[in-house]
Write a protein that binds this ligand. Sequence first.
Ligand code: NI
Length: 398
Amino acid sequence: MYSSNPVDSIRKFHLELTTLRRDLHAHPELGFQELRTAGIVAGALEALGIEVHRGIGKTGVVGVVHGREHTSGRMVGLRADMDALPISEEGSSQHCSTKPGLMHACGHDGHTAILLGTAKYLAQTRNFNGTAILIFQPAEEGLGGAQAMLDDGLFDRFPCDEIYALHNWPALPPGTIGINPGPMMAASDKFEIVIEGRGGHGAHPYQTIDPIVVAAQLILGLQTIVSRNVHPIDSAVVSIGSVQAGNPAAASVIPREARIVGTVRTFKDSVQATVESRMRALSESIAQAHGATAQFRYQRSYPATINTPNHANFVADVATSLFGDDHVVRDLMPSMGSEDFSFMLGVKPGAYFRLGQGGAESGTLLHNSRFDFNDEVIPTGSAMFASIIERSMPLVER
Ligand code: NI
């Protein structure tokens, strides 16, 4: 007994949501500093008569929308992230960032506007049986805002039965929904290896233990882990992002120390454990073979974002019924990027899906300094979230 397609109703506030989205874009805020954004979100929810809870996960905001009926006792969560990135915007739009060095380069301004659009529609219609929990999360970009909200008792206070989130995706055409029933994004880990040798004169290397030669062997050695130790059907990435040793002004000095840092991406716990243990073994043994030592540090940051199959299929079915089969990709390839909605999916069943917005063909990918969220797809995202609520908690047929 849900309304046929919320997208028509939501289009009526498309202009208002676009204005709001562009205002957020012009005023980006980094993780846990989203005070202005959180204030706008809370104000918009209050104006709609929605119960608002602030300060969950520092700058997080939660809105509670009660359905017309609540005999189901069910609670479904929708999550949008709010934070921006430390990137200088190079775009030329009128709503360009007003803050030097900060911009919404990942479209979280769009996600926030989308969930506010859903809030407005749900508050006006309430065509569901249960409670919708609207989660406006801080600090997705590397600071673990989702975990901070969990630590503040998010799901103790709002015990959701299932949870959903979306992310815009430039590689899909505008209005297309992409999802798959398993891993959507990888676990993201950081590592640092410090090789200590013995410095000396470049003319007399036999008197030194050259950490640069050790680092060179280790860098190549690390690249054998994916090809030789990880099962060929599994996936892993080992990338080194920085190598530091010596002084460019000292061509004839062998330094004492070399430092390698990088990232590891995996989908399975077992693969993650294999990569970590092989990295440690190679670091220590290659260093030892040359008389050097290696300090190996490995930090697990975000876990893999893994959909529950039933909930992912449900999202794909909702998308198909709203936008048609030709606008739904049900077997979207996972990304080796990461996402901290993974912490929430670690404790609740649910699904994370992609909202196509185009732009990849012109190179304006996520985290690009010319990126801008495509306002055209706001109603698509809002309608997806609204229909997820209406169809996961349908009104009782009379
Ligand atoms: Ni993002």
